[in-house]
Write a protein that binds this ligand. Structure first.
Ligand SMILES: O=C(O)C1=C[C@@H](OP(=O)(O)O)[C@@H](O)[C@H](O)C1
Ligand SMILES: C=C(OP(=O)(O)O)C(=O)O
Length: 417
């Protein structure tokens, strides 16, 4: 079976920002159309960037402004961490007073390390207490560049935001991310910055240098989202079927494609080709391993939800930062597995899931798209799994239920109330 996976959220939102800052008109083909990317697009439109949909969203045409926003503004980030972390440094490189805000869920997510880094660059960036998050105010008068250390132990997105603002600064920026989590997203950032004509280089000691000079317009095919693909690959593994995702191959810039290596460890057959990745399952999972998923933490819930089906316990570690996402994801996975009668143990950055026969349960999604999508996969093997908020998948894949149900008709019972 071939899964139709929509575009990558991370590529779409980076490309929107880079195209907005570029000289000239860029074309993003097959962008993700979801709550997060529409929020990002709206936010840029509010900052004066003209973005046009072509052929019913088959492509987005972005008229670049040739720099950073110059008139201030109030920016609504909705639920999108990428908007809250990428747009303030972009604004700080411009001129005016900018206020950023979002939903209660996004307000609960930390921004202090980003505000502190902007402050060390000489910008005025104020976050709100007690979280140190949104609403955030940036009073901008351009950024000078220079040497910068940023605490990236809670999120790599702070570093990505600062790097993408680098070419808009007056002098070279050299930056080091201390305690960096989610490393592959920084490689994605560098690759896309280069695609839009920027100079960025990383030295052996992990210091990244960006030169001034702005961005050039580009035409880009957005890859299918590898995090989204994880649910379909996991579905193949637990149902003993084959799922192929065209457009995701060896040259992908998305670290989350690495999830298939975890499935391989659990006994699935995996082929990563030039342009397509294919997973063939046996219907059974091999457990008895401990895996660091710190680089690919958006996919740990995909493994967590199906882990009870394995023949031995599975431990995932290195995922402390997953507690700071749309939900506390370690707690959300534990709570829902326990509701299914499955034994778990957890620590600040780890979870162990024991084998068992999951009982029917209503999954508390906590407005977290990935909890809904991950437990939908368990629902393919466990009758009576239902979701309390199926629509929350709209953050990254509004058509998720239709596509999973098209390939696996058993999914219908998970979304039926
Ligand atoms: O840069 C990005 O596009 C992302 C980085 C990751 O966040 P953290 O760096 O906060 O782990 C990931 O979880 C998120 O979905 C997207
Ligand atoms: C963590 C996520 O999103 P965000 O971009 O809001 O951080 C996610 O999509 O799993």
């Amino acid at each position: 079976m071939t899964a139709r996976i929509p575009g990558s959220k991370s590529i779409t939102n980076r490309a929107l920002l880079l195209a907005a800052a570029a000289d000239g008109v860029s074309l993003l083909r097959a962008p993700l159309v979801s709550d997060d990317t529409l929020a990002f697009r709206e936010a840029l439109a509010g900052l004066g960037v003209h973005i046009e949909a072509e052929d019913g969203d088959a492509a987005w045409k972005v008229s670049g402004t040739g720099g950073a926003p110059a008139a201030g503004g109030s920016v609504w980030c909705e639920d999108a961490g990428t908007a809250a972390r990428f747009l303030p440094p972009f604004a700080a490189a411009g001129r005016g007073t900018f206020t950023f805000d979002g939903t209660g869920q996004l307000r609960a997510r930390p921004l202090r390390p980003l505000a502190e880094a902007l402050g060390r660059l000489g910008a005025s960036a104020a976050v709100s207490e007690p979280v140190g998050g949104l609403p955030m105010t940036v009073r901008a008068d351009g950024l000078p560049g220079g040497d910068l250390a940023v605490d990236a132990s809670l999120s790599s997105q702070y570093l990505t935001g600062l790097l993408m603002a680098g070419p808009l600064m007056r002098a070279p920026l050299t930056v080091r991310g201390a305690g960096l989590v989610s490393r592959p997203y920084i490689d994605m950032t560098k690759a896309l910055m280069r695609r839009f004509g920027a100079y960025v280089d990383e030295f052996d000691d992990g210091v990244i240098q960006v030169l001034p000079g702005g961005y050039r317009a580009a035409q880009l095919d957005v890859e299918p989202d590898a995090s989204t693909a994880s649910y379909f690959f996991a579905a193949a593994a637990v149902t003993g079927t084959t799922v192929a995702v065209p457009g995701l191959g060896r040259s992908s810039v998305q670290g989350d494609l690495g999830f298939v290596e975890v499935l391989r460890r659990a006994g699935a057959r995996v082929e990563i080709g030039e342009d397509t990745t294919t997973v063939t399952g046996t219907g059974a999972l091999r457990g008895g391993f401990d895996v660091d998923m710190g680089d690919i933490s958006d996919t740990f819930m995909t493994l967590g939800a199906i882990a009870p089906l394995a023949d031995a316990p599975i431990t995932v570690h290195g995922i402390g930062h997953a507690r700071l996402k749309e939900s506390d994801r370690i707690a959300a996975v534990e709570e829902n597995l326990r509701a299914c009668g499955i034994r778990t143990e957890s620590g600040p950055d780890r979870i162990t899931i024991h084998p068992g026969t999951p009982a029917p349960a209503r999954i508390a999604c906590r407005r977290d798209h990935r909890i809904a999508m991950a437990f939908s996969v368990l629902g393919l093997r466990t009758a009576g799994i239902t979701l309390d908020d199926p629509a929350c998948v709209g953050k990254t894949f509004p058509g998720f239920h239709a596509e999973l149900g098209r390939l696996f008709p058993a999914h219908a019972s998970t979304v039926r109330h």
